[in-house]
Design a protein around this ligand. Structure first.
Ligand code: ADP
Length: 418
């Protein structure tokens, strides 16, 4: 096993004067590069002079580095144990450098890639002040033993393998369904790349209130809501690279004054990107709801989402089949996309099925008009089927959350690397 070591770094030239402010100074790429140049390879070269550092990105208290140990297809890749060991040395070198500029809780993502840029291993660590040595996927944070968000009892993520399957629609209607049962509910639009909540909840004419750098959630339809869509210009594309996405999402979670909540619903971006990873590291989730349409191609994407949650140590509470069937004006049901496809997928994966939501004009209109409460009243929902389907879904999810919470009370995840 090769031995990696760190030079004894003298950071005196980089030490910044922090006497004027209690705020940590932002960490710079050069700080990270300096730290990486203290990591020695078995050849005697350091990571920087060996041209192993392909990329460094920093944003506030988040940093990511991309390392390649080979630059052609013929050189064999180091074994995983070697990369893990090297990752630990990099982690402590970078963290020591971050401390020099007053950052104690740096989040560091280390990607080991091959010569073609394909990720071989991703290491992720966040040494936030907490009783644990490392933050672990799915592990609670010190603020609140249950969820990591003060005052919040259960956190449910709503995810999907791809966009357009109705993930936000399900998240919004789940939140309202829970509130209608008397629970206090918040919803966080974690889809920072394409936030839908401003439209779906009708937030257009409301302004975000910020008090002492804490965001006050909007109070609409008897739920509390927060969305990146009210913090940025909505018609501009939101391009977040890994660490920026991490930072933006982190702030939404940690800087919102939720008060007491029974349930916090998090509408995740589609696919398997950085945000779910950040989420799993930041809070203790009751679990994730995966939304899928019945078609085969949608199922394949949903399976990927389920596997992602698994690898993050997050339990999948079950699958919702959205756009399961169409209800025409004649009240008849039409199986446009192959009703039951997502249900079968859930069975195959041994996951609970959480309900089938029909395609209805009313659901689409109420989403576009920001009037989702109308989906729960047969007079404004185009009949009884939609309210009944939403009610059944909400009940199923409450049952699964209760079960998952009981099980989590017995076992605690211990993963440290994903
Ligand atoms: P995602 O979050 O997966 O990208 P959305 O929830 O934004 O998807 O839904 C995409 C579009 O489809 C929205 O216009 C929404 O109103 C519509 N939609 C979603 N589910 C249904 C449904 N069951 N019936 C009718 N329209 C729906």
């Amino acid at each position: 096993m090769p031995v990696f070591s760190a030079k004894n770094p003298d950071h005196s030239d980089l030490r910044l004067d922090t006497t004027l402010t209690d705020q940590p100074m932002p960490i710079q790429k050069d700080h990270i590069r300096e730290a990486l140049s203290t990591v020695l390879l078995p050849t005697g070269e350091d990571l920087v002079s060996a041209d192993a550092v392909l990329n460094i990105a920093v944003c506030d208290e988040h940093a990511s580095v991309r390392i390649s140990m080979t630059n052609d297809a013929h050189t064999p890749q180091p074994p995983k144990e070697t990369l893990t060991k090297l990752g630990a040395v990099i982690d402590s070198a970078v963290r020591a450098q971050a401390k020099e500029v007053g950052i104690d809780n740096l989040t560091l993502i280390i990607d080991f890639v091959d010569h073609a840029g394909q990720v071989l291993m991703k290491l992720n660590s966040n040494h936030k002040a907490a009783p644990e040595q490392t933050k672990t996927p799915g592990a609670p944070n010190a603020q609140n033993a249950a969820t990591g968000v003060p005052g919040v009892k259960h956190i449910i993520a709503v995810g999907a393998g791809k966009g357009g399957v109705g993930k936000s629609t399900v998240a919004v209607n789940l939140a309202i369904g829970l509130a209608r049962k008397g629970h206090s509910v918040g919803i966080l639009d974690g889809d920072i790349y394409g936030p839908s909540l401003p439209t779906m909840l009708g937030l257009a004419n409301l302004d975000q209130v910020v008090i002492e750098s804490n965001m006050m959630p909007f109070l609409v339809h008897d739920i509390k809501a927060i969305t990146m869509g009210k913090l940025v210009e909505t018609d501009k594309p939101l391009i977040w690279r890994g660490p920026m996405a991490h930072g933006a999402f982190h702030q939404l979670i940690e800087r919102t004054q939720w008060g007491e909540l029974d349930y916090l619903i998090i509408d995740l971006p589609p696919g398997t990107g950085d945000v779910p990873l950040t989420l799993a590291q930041t809070v203790q989730l009751a679990g994730a709801v995966v939304v899928c349409t019945p078609q085969r191609v949608a199922q394949d994407d949903a399976v990927r989402a389920v596997n992602m949650f698994k690898s993050l140590g997050v339990e999948t509470l079950g699958v919702v089949e959205n756009m399961s069937y169409f209800i025409g004006d004649d009240g008849k049901e039409y199986d446009i996309f192959g009703r039951g496809g997502a249900q079968h997928m859930a069975q195959r994966l041994n996951l609970p099925f959480l309900g089938a939501i029909p395609i209805t004009m009313a659901l689409r209109e109420n989403s576009d008009n920001g009037t989702p409460s109308n989906n729960f009243d047969s007079a404004t929902a185009g009949g009884d089927q939609l309210p009944a389907a939403l009610e059944a879904m909400t009940n199923q999810i409450i049952a699964q959350v209760t079960l998952a919470t009981m099980q989590q009370g017995q076992t605690k995840p211990t993963l440290t690397i994903s």
